[in-house]
Design a protein around this ligand. Structure first.
Ligand SMILES: Nc1ncnc2c1ncn2[C@@H]1O[C@H](COP(=O)(O)OP(=O)(O)OP(=O)(O)O)[C@@H](O)[C@H]1O
Length: 252
């Protein structure tokens, strides 16, 4: 996946201001940044449900184009499942749509930790359980690109740990994963991190590089440091982050 000068306008306001980024095949990239900075908007552009200008290439094609259907898994923040169907029926439905490339339904239900309640209607599930049904539907199509908008929100540490192990296994199988999160420590699970603020990418680095470049011990503090640096550099030109973190935005 590759973007160059990606601009998105929503409701008359420019939300993404010319992003340049690339995701390596089989890698896990964390998308982090304050609420409202544009993470979902970037994800929507990549999966093909958002108008944009600039260049965007996903698995060698234009986002939303026919060849990409079935090759991308997208988990939105709101569970996209049929409440009157069971978890198994929901997952089986998406497996049917995917055709021969689909993974086994049981395997995926176990992977997201809902095998034991798979035969209950989703309407009886908690919010976290419902989100995991949604995740199962995204995973069962064996996507080449998996875009996950806050997949671990509201989950307990054990389930969170299991899901991250599953994401790593899926990436090792060649799937490229872009995952947004508000939990800064989840950045350590990723091969690289994109730190966004106000529709721009402030830093692109590994979690360890972010710590090293800011000289702090906690990732929360590293992000705050980078955001403050960017704020104080604003008006004086692009923010330059010490060390490995670099500003890759295109000025417009
Ligand atoms: N349909 C819309 N019309 C106008 N503005 C919108 C629309 N949808 C989103 N926005 C604005 O675009 C900006 C980016 O929103 P987006 O949902 O991409 O942020 P986010 O980083 O994913 O936030 P969060 O972490 O809270 O989910 C926000 O300021 C939001 O208010």
């Amino acid at each position: 996946m590759r973007a160059s000068g990606l601009v998105v306008t929503r409701g008359g306001n420019e939300i993404l201001h010319g992003l340049d980024l690339a995701l390596a095949p089989g890698s896990i990239t964390g998308l982090l940044g304050p609420s409202g900075c544009g993470k979902t908007t970037l994800m929507r552009s990549i999966v093909g449900v958002q108008r944009y200008s600039g260049e965007l290439e996903v698995l060698g094609a234009a986002p939303g184009s026919k060849p990409l259907r079935g090759r991308i898994g997208y988990l939105t923040q709101e569970a996209s499942v049929y409440p009157n169907l069971t978890a198994r029926q929901n997952t089986a439905y998406f497996a049917r749509l995917a055709g021969p490339r689909a993974r086994g339904v049981d395997e995926v239900l176990a992977e997201v930790g809902i095998a034991d309640i798979a035969d209950r209607p989703v309407s009886t599930f908690s919010g976290g359980q419902r989100n995991r049904v949604s995740l199962a539907c995204a995973l069962v199509v064996a996507p080449e690109l998996l875009v996950l908008d806050e997949p671990t929100v509201g989950l307990d540490p054990v389930t969170r740990e299991d899901l991250w192990a599953a994401f790593r296994r899926i990436a090792e199988g060649g799937t490229t994963i872009l995952v947004s999160s508000h939990v800064m420590d989840e950045a350590f699970r990723c091969d690289g991190v994109l730190l966004m603020r106000e529709g721009r990418i402030l830093a692109e680095a590994t979690a360890s590089e972010l710590l090293a470049s800011t000289g702090v011990e906690r990732l929360d503090d590293a992000f705050l440091t980078i955001i403050r640096q960017a704020e104080s550099a604003e008006g004086a030109g692009a923010a330059t982050i010490a060390g490995a973190a670099t500003s890759k935005e295109t000025k417009r």
